[in-house]
Design a protein around this ligand. Structure first.
Ligand SMILES: C[S@@+](CC[C@H](N)C(=O)[O-])C[C@H]1O[C@@H](n2cnc3c(N)ncnc32)[C@H](O)[C@@H]1O
Length: 237
């Protein structure tokens, strides 16, 4: 008998940004898993889930986002094996992930590995509020109006990709740029897109920072950093 795997988006950090549907999925699951890095520190998904469920209900699975591709693969396989043990017993397993489970999420890797091993397992997701939406709200930024278009990209895709996006899209959201913030802002300045851009770090978490991106010049950000660029794009009507 095969169980059900549910990826639950728990929002970017503020425990109140977990949806009612997400909370219900967590409460009704036979087992609730949260990813944990190799330092063992409580991650954002776990911190949010802990606000809503008893600690004894939460199972931690090692899911270190190592830079080493082989180590990452080992971690995904290990996590999938652990969750699969419960799925094989026909259980419903919820896996909590920050933001939305279909946006740059650890859940995608887990689901792929589980599906390969157990094609009969049902896989579902419950959407979550993304960091992009939370930053727009906290900074009073309108993301899109009328015919405008939005590009969401990780800075790990490279400077050129950000340059292209800033030259083509009215709104550009940059994830995963924390430690390379001076480079992110350098690209934006060259493209004339720094004015009006907002930077948000640790949204909904102690130590939250929401400031004009220009104020970050020369500073590095944390891993949980997001930048939204809005405003005029030269050459676009
Ligand atoms: C692996 S991605 C996860 C994205 C997430 N699934 C989502 O839907 O927003 C991690 C990136 O999301 C952004 N992020 C997630 N939570 C955040 C927070 N609380 N504050 C600022 N940025 C955050 C950062 O850009 C971070 O580098």
């Amino acid at each position: 008998m095969s169980g059900r795997l549910v990826g639950v988006g728990v929002g970017p950090g503020d425990p109140e940004l977990l949806t009612i549907k997400g909370l219900r999925a967590l409460r009704e699951a036979d087992e609730v898993f949260v990813p944990v890095g190799d330092t063992g520190e409580v991650g954002r998904a776990e911190a949010t889930v802990r606000e809503h469920l008893e600690e004894g209900r939460i199972r931690r699975v090692l899911f270190a986002l190592s830079d080493d591709a082989e180590a990452r693969e080992r971690n995904w396989t290990g996590a999938a094996r652990e969750v699969s043990g419960h799925l094989r017993e026909g259980k419903t397993c919820a896996f909590a992930t920050i933001g939305d489970p279909n946006v740059y999420s650890t859940f995608t890797y887990l689901a792929r590995t589980v599906r390969e091993a157990f094609p009969d397992v049902e896989v579902e997701t419950v959407p979550g509020i993304t960091a992009m939406q939370d930053l727009a709200s906290r900074s009073g930024t309108v993301l899109l109006e009328g015919d405008e278009r939005l590009a969401l990209l990780p800075f790990t895709a490279g400077e050129e990709r950000l340059r292209e996006a800033l030259g083509s899209f009215e709104t550009v959201v940059c994830y995963k740029g924390g430690s390379r913030m001076p480079e992110v802002l350098g690209v934006a300045e060259d493209a004339g897109r720094l004015g009006g851009a907002v930077y948000g770090a640790r949204l909904g978490i102690p130590g939250e920072e929401v400031v004009p991106a220009a104020g970050m010049a020369g500073r590095e950000g944390t891993y949980l950093s997001t930048v939204i660029f809005t405003g005029e794009v030269e050459g676009l009507g």
